[in-house]
Design a protein around this ligand. Sequence first.
Ligand code: ARG
Length: 567
Amino acid sequence: MQYESTVTQLLQQALSFSEKEISELLDIPPNPKFGDISFPCFKLSKILNKTPQLIAKELEKAIKIPEDSIVREIKAIGAFLNFFFNIPILTERTLSQIWNERDKYGYKEDNKKTVLLEFPSPNTNKQLHLGHLRNMALGESTSRIFESQGFNVVRVNLLNDRGIHICKSMLAYKKWGNKRKPDKKEDHFVGDFYVLFSKQLKENPKLEEEAQELLKQWEAKDIETIALWEKMTNWAINGFTETFTKFGISFDKTYRESDLWEKGKDIIMEGLKNNLFHKDEVGNIVVDLGGQLGTKVLLRADGTSVYITQDLYLAKKKYEDFKYSKSIYVIGSEQNYHLQVLFEILKMMNFEFADGCYHLSHGMIFLPEGKMKSREGTVIDADTIIKELIEMVKTEIISRGKIAESEMNKSAKDIAMAALKFFLLKFASSKDFVFYPEESVSLYGKTGPYLQYSYVRANRIIQKIKKKPSLDVNFGLLNKPEEISLIKLLKDYPDVLEQASLSYSPHILAEYTHQLASSFNLFYEKYRVIGESDEEMQNARLLLVRCFRDVMRNCLYMFGINTVNTM
Ligand code: ARG
């Protein structure tokens, strides 16, 4: 809470408790009628052996408010002590802070700690899908939020580029590809062969064995197999990179399973030597974690790696490379068990980084029945979704007829991406949800375009008015309920940002940003700025609009959403 320390200090005048003890009790009242911060007295009642009502009354009397304090009044209401802020002072401080800090408003100082985030870590046998888009939105937004909190953020990707699924695409290409070069986006080209394999497998179950055979050849580093693998993996990677760029993400480092998988075995052997793991009756190396997690195979009897083998090594490698204090794995909830097991083993092995590992787990996304599905009925891929959203936005913009052709392509892309990203981020990450394309591009409701539109409105005022905003205003004039609500929300931004980072939850910021836009729209519809005849009033409102615009831009940045000038 902004100004929490002011309130804590006031309380310390009358209570012999530490700052921390007091601040843990502070709360924000559900209704502004009850003040801006409240101090519930129930806990104290036990310690001081008085009723909470009496404590609140006594504190009200005992605390003296200094003259230029942000706190205007302290009132005991029932068992609560409520603190009311001085609105002109609050306004002046908030708007001055935003004015001075601009795009660093809400940012904390460098804390010299590194947070590593891994996302979206696709398999290289097929193109990206809607689930990857959610993963990417979440990974990038969480990265930006952590950057704002003073962390050095490292973004890494992992390519699962070996294993049986990769060999399936390879086998299909070998059999039916006629050495063709990609005639479409390269990852889609690779994906087509994966689909082809699955189709052919229905007619010919032997293909499964052939794929296994190909995997053995790959593991034996057969020259021809490796050459084919390299060619197809590069196609997949080129295609992914194009999508990442379109989405506005890039990585500090990309790990590849093909470089890691063999090294994981050493860690398993070490654990076996130290009696942390053992061999089961058929010779697999397993770990027994007891309880719900149970027993888990770490290395097969024939020496082949399983999925977790690479992850054990990768966790260590990431730490060697970046000395992280936190390592966040952005991965779908279907892998919850895998990550629990992974983190448990890292702890068993006493790796110093084990406690810093965190699974940012996300639920599934569905598409409304019958919509946005490809002809075969399979879920549509990431690139097609983006393309269709851009088309939808273009039709929408054309029908509104406000935008020049030249500006249309860039704006349509920015608006479509806003629609997509905000829809993906507004739900708590653990939730499953349905993606409604039409709803996402709407100018109304909890949507990215709605937020962008509030920015456009504010920006238009600033551009049209024939004077420069300035801090030299009469802050007391901003005293209408809509203005005060907006100012209070602007004040809250640093807290919300902090809260979003502490709980790894961009959706908290999404909820806030929507409230902020709605609050601005209420102000916008009711009061004039350009047409305001009172010069002093106009100056004060212009400053408020400018501050809103800048905070809105900061919010949008946290989601990876660009602002647009007209829409
Ligand atoms: N490639 C995996 C998949 O698509 C996700 C990898 C997640 N990262 C990890 N370190 N295990 O299911």
